[in-house]
Design a protein around this ligand. Structure first.
Ligand code: SAJ
Length: 443
């Protein structure tokens, strides 16, 4: 009997692995965003038939026109794959019955109470559970807390009666997509993957090896889940450290930027991070709270994360204090002053304003009675306190403002002209590194 059980597990895995090796496996990607769409493209480019699945019919329709709505994937690559039939999208989850592999790439946001919103992952898992069949490889890629795959996905998928590691295979593989990164894209970012069983890990690693340059197998889904959280918590805490150093240096009249640049000359054991107006984006300010939430459940308080979150969260107020003091030195109050913000995206040269500290700074300034305007070549308009603000032509507004604030240091702006035409300029990014002027106030 045992021999039969072992042999049937081996044969299911062998069949699936053979389909993967010969590129006959039918690949599915659930969630066609900045992670899912590039992943689907990589497997179609590698020669697989790929089906993208998304609940948004508009996304599915857009996808099937052969137009890529993800900037990192040009139409020149995307369109031929769709036209050739290698790549298509659907909102019909029953297609999962025909698939051999499926990658879950759905959002994992935080709720306002800073606890994880797993609703998208659970919905995706339940949809897969409805159509699961022997020989299916399921991989979760959404950033989440350690234990998600074995606690949330495994029971729902096993309820079908199929056995993990024998009838179906389940892994976690953290997405590491960095939108807009000119050097690292889905195909050449090393891919960590950990399975519920060794055979799951082996099959998941074999799958990713067909399309991605480097695959890093680890011993379990929990290790793989924790890897991603370590990566992004490392960033968040180190940014919090330099933000606190900026606050200290400001009080001690030390140029924190000069300190960091000099420390960065150390050829080992140091990695520069830079202070800023606060922490934006949908990864760094959010992912670490998955870890602190889960560790609380394990009875451990993640104090580093909470403290860094507090410091990073306070930076918009610190910037507004700088603005208040700069106006005060010019015998002006914030109330009634024209304050013009340069750059409102959460980091340079992108158009994403999610969690952008610029929005907090603008709201704080409005609350103090300032008249706030902005210019951002990447962000034509933004909704703030239910009113829509439009990006203004830069130089006229810089010249007219009582105070200009560089919140996001997009490249390509005429910073010399900005310095020349500003009365006061608060620089939160050291964008004016090479400039010396009494009107420049740095973090
Ligand atoms: N920031 C600072 N100081 C720094 C670095 C960043 O204040 O020294 C701010 C940024 O302005 C931004 C926020 O932190 O508001 C996040 O910046 P980020 O450079 O970490 O950019 P993200 O949010 O796009 O992070 C992504 C992450 N990628 C993935 O999760 C797959 C992160 O792991 C990458 O390291 C990062 O891109 C990157 O290096 O570009």
């Amino acid at each position: 009997m045992i021999q039969e059980v072992v042999s049937s597990a081996a044969s299911t895995a062998a069949d699936l692995q053979n389909k993967i090796k010969t590129k006959k496996a039918r690949v599915g990607v659930l969630g066609l965003g900045y992670v899912g769409l590039p992943l689907a493209v990589e497997f179609a480019k590698a020669g697989f038939d790929v089906v993208g699945i998304d609940v948004q019919q508009s996304k599915v329709d857009d996808f099937n026109t052969g137009h890529s709505y993800i900037k990192d994937v040009p139409d020149s690559v995307f369109s031929p794959l769709v036209k050739s039939g290698k790549l298509r999208a659907t909102s019909d989850f029953s297609v999962i019955r025909t698939l051999d592999t499926i990658d879950i790439c759905v959002p994992t946001p935080l709720r306002k109470t800073k606890d994880p919103d797993m609703s998208f992952v659970v919905a995706a898992t339940e949809a897969i559970a409805q159509h699961i069949h022997p020989g299916l490889l399921v991989m979760l890629e959404s950033t989440t807390y350690p234990g998600t795959t074995d606690e949330l996905l495994l029971p729902r998928l096993s309820a079908s009666g199929l056995e993990v590691g024998k009838d179906f295979f389940l892994c976690f593989s953290p997405e590491r997509v960095d939108p807009g990164n000119p050097n690292f894209q889905t195909n050449n970012i090393p891919k960590v993957v950990g399975g519920i069983t060794p055979l799951c890990t082996e099959t998941g690693a074999l799958f990713y090896q067909q399309a991605l340059e480097t695959v890093v197998p680890v011993s379990s889904t929990r290790v793989a889940e924790m890897v991603k959280l370590l990566e992004n918590t490392f960033r968040m805490i180190n940014i919090g450290l330099v933000n606190e150093l900026a606050i200290m240096s400001s009080r001690m009249n030390i140029d924190v930027w000069e300190v960091i640049d000099a420390a960065a000359t150390k050829p080992f054991g140091f990695m520069p991070f830079y202070p800023g107006p606060g922490l934006g984006g949908h990864c760094i300010p959010i992912d670490p709270f998955y870890l602190s939430w889960k560790s609380k459940e394990a009875g451990i308080e993640a104090r580093f994360i909470e403290l860094a979150g507090h410091i990073n969260g306070r930076m918009p107020e610190f910037v507004v204090e700088k603005i208040q003091n700069a106006l005060n030195d010019a015998s002006k109050s914030v109330r009634g002053s024209n304050v013009h913000i340069l750059g409102i995206a959460y980091k340079r040269n992108i158009d994403d304003v999610r969690e952008s500290p610029a929005l907090d700074i603008m709201m704080l300034l409005e609350r103090l009675g300032a008249k706030v305007t902005y210019s951002d070549p990447f962000v034509p308009s933004v909704t703030l306190n239910a009113s829509v603000l439009k990006s203004q032509e830069m130089l006229p507004f810089v010249g007219a403002a009582d105070c200009v604030v560089i919140v996001t240091d997009h490249t390509g702006l005429d910073y010399a002209k900005i310095v020349e035409q500003s009365k006061i300029i608060v620089d939160t990014r050291n964008a004016l590194k090479g400039f010396r002027s009494p009107k420049i106030v740095r973090l």
